[in-house]
Ligand binder design. Structure first.
Ligand code: SF4
Length: 226
């Protein structure tokens, strides 16, 4: 057994020296929600993707097509949902598992910079004819955290171990994400690949800065285009 594999096993299962592993901490986290009517129902649920043996047997082959409000052309969505929890009365939650440090914030969703969770909610609504009420992340690192980033008022009773803030106008937030997607598709087709204003290069000494798109003053200081 290599040292790296041994360390991974200890991280997962724990040891007397390091304490409980990720599996145990994850189960404790889940146990906090045992009184919730949400039932973990599907895992690695794919739609519109080639299904492999690890995907949920309930996966569907076709993508989902949804026309944004005010649009004419559908946005076609495909994906793999890490986990879907469903209540007996037909509401559901979407969760994505993350092992890295970055997970999308509510602000990033509201500003169209994080589309995954809202689009998955809309897509599974269309597939299942159930009502999406909650979307969030599990961040699985040394500690196991869950972060709810979209919550409908109609889903507040489903979270029993904490009191997350409901999303102001949850339905409008989902539809806004769909509209952002349509706009991004239009821009890509038109060849528009603008750098977001907030993107900055971390290297102030780069010798290529005058020709790099990261230099915000490039167009002013060069003779390009004249
Ligand atoms: S090429 Fe552009 S992004 Fe890369 S280091 Fe230079 S200035 Fe920064």
């Amino acid at each position: 057994m290599s040292p790296a594999w041994e360390a991974t096993c200890i991280q997962m299962t724990g040891s007397p020296a390091t304490g409980p592993g990720i599996f145990t901490r994850f189960l404790h986290k889940e146990a906090n929600e045992e009184d919730s009517p949400l039932v973990p129902s599907y895992f690695e649920f794919t739609f519109g993707m080639r299904r492999d043996e690890n995907d949920d047997p309930a996966s569907v082959p076709d993508p989902v097509a949804i026309i944004p409000v005010g649009g004419t052309e559908p946005v076609r969505i495909k994906g793999r949902v890490d986990r879907i929890d469903i209540t007996p009365d037909g509401r559901f939650a979407i969760y994505d598992y993350k092992t890295g440090s970055q997970i999308a914030t509510r602000n990033e969703i509201a500003s169209g910079k994080a589309l995954q969770i809202p689009l998955y909610l809309l897509a599974y609504e269309q597939i299942s004819h159930k009502q999406g009420v909650l979307g969030g992340y599990y961040r699985i690192r040394r500690e196991v955290e869950d972060r709810i980033v979209l919550l409908d008022d109609a889903g507040r009773d489903l979270v029993v171990s904490s009191n997350p803030r409901a999303t102001k106008d949850f339905r409008a937030a989902l539809l806004a994400s769909l509209k952002y997607s349509a706009e991004y598709i239009r821009g890509i087709r038109a060849g528009e690949f603008m750098l977001p204003a907030e993107e900055k290069c971390q290297n102030p000494y780069c010798e290529f800065s005058t020709i790099c798109r990261f230099d915000p003053s490039r167009l002013f200081s060069s003779t390009e285009g004249t």
